[in-house]
Design a protein. Structure first.
Length: 280
């Protein structure tokens, strides 16, 4: 597939700004989706990664593409590759984001790189996100978005990765309702999370795909449950998709000032690895 790389790179520097009052309902709805009794109310601090259910881009229905995402070519460059994945992020928590306090998300396209991988062409998009309120920046996030070609019939899976013994673990059974509720919370109609026929027949997955953001949020919640200090940073990297065809397991291992986290899919292969960091 031929790409006009110079045209795609012209998106570098493009900005998107969204304001939000950070109301309580989305946080209460996410708590219920995660099967928690937590009920955030006005002035409460948002837990780490819960900012993803706020500051949403609202697109009209006529602006939605076949895959359920907004049509490319607005804020996001029109990369002509079929598969799109939120592949990772590095987040710095500077100050709390509070429920009921108006804030602004400013996103900037920082870089776009085209590479050739073992599965074909890849496009890596780097987006910087700053969330600020009247007191300044509360959070800075660098998002890694990856575009790739459709899977090949002879594509071989990545070998399992060895990992240290965990201190904590939790088994999660994904369901249609879980994926639907999280899709609704982030206002994301990407069909790989909702439409089994599309996910398996069009994009070549073995089932519905569990959102990378949802898995990362569950990992952060595992750390928050067992390591009760204010989180100063969080990073994650998605290695392979987690499907709804069986349970997956999340793990945590405590270090001196960090928590190592990872998720394994049904065959026992590492699907995501992450690290939560804390002040010494």
């Amino acid at each position: 597939m031929t790409m006009d790389i110079a045209h795609l790179k012209s998106w570098i520097g493009r900005r998107e700004v969204v304001e939000d009052d950070v109301p309580g309902f989305p946080a209460r709805a996410l708590a219920a989706t995660l099967d928690q009794e937590l009920s955030p109310s006005s002035s409460d601090i948002l837990p780490p990664l819960w900012h993803w259910i706020y500051f949403l881009s609202i697109h009209r229905q006529s602006e939605i593409a076949e895959d359920g995402h907004a049509r490319r070519g607005g804020f996001i460059p029109p990369v002509p590759l079929p598969r799109r994945m939120f592949a990772g992020a590095q987040i710095e928590f500077r100050r709390p984001i509070r429920v009921g306090r108006r804030a602004i998300r400013e996103s900037t396209i920082e870089d776009l790189v085209v590479k050739k991988g073992r599965t074909g062409e890849l496009v890596f998009l780097k987006i910087r996100v700053d969330i600020r309120d009247d007191d300044g920046i509360a959070l800075t996030e660098y998002q890694d978005i990856v575009y790739r070609e459709a899977p090949q019939p002879d594509e071989t899976p990545v070998a399992p990765t060895e990992r240290r013994a965990p201190d904590w673990r939790r088994v999660i059974q994904p369901s249609d309702s879980l994926l639907f509720r999280y899709s609704a919370l982030i206002f994301n109609a990407h069909r790989i999370h909702l439409d089994r026929g599309y996910a398996t027949g069009h994009e070549g997955y073995g089932g519905l795909v569990v959102h990378g953001q949802l898995v990362a949020t569950m990992l952060a919640e595992l750390a928050r449950k067992h390591f009760q200090k204010p989180m100063t940073g969080f990073r994650f990297r998605a290695i392979r998709p987690i499907l709804d065809t069986g349970p997956f397991t999340i793990f945590g291992a405590q270090e001196e000032s960090s928590v190592l986290l990872w998720a394994e899919n049904l065959p026992g292969s590492i699907a995501m690895e992450a690290e939560a960091s804390y002040a010494p």
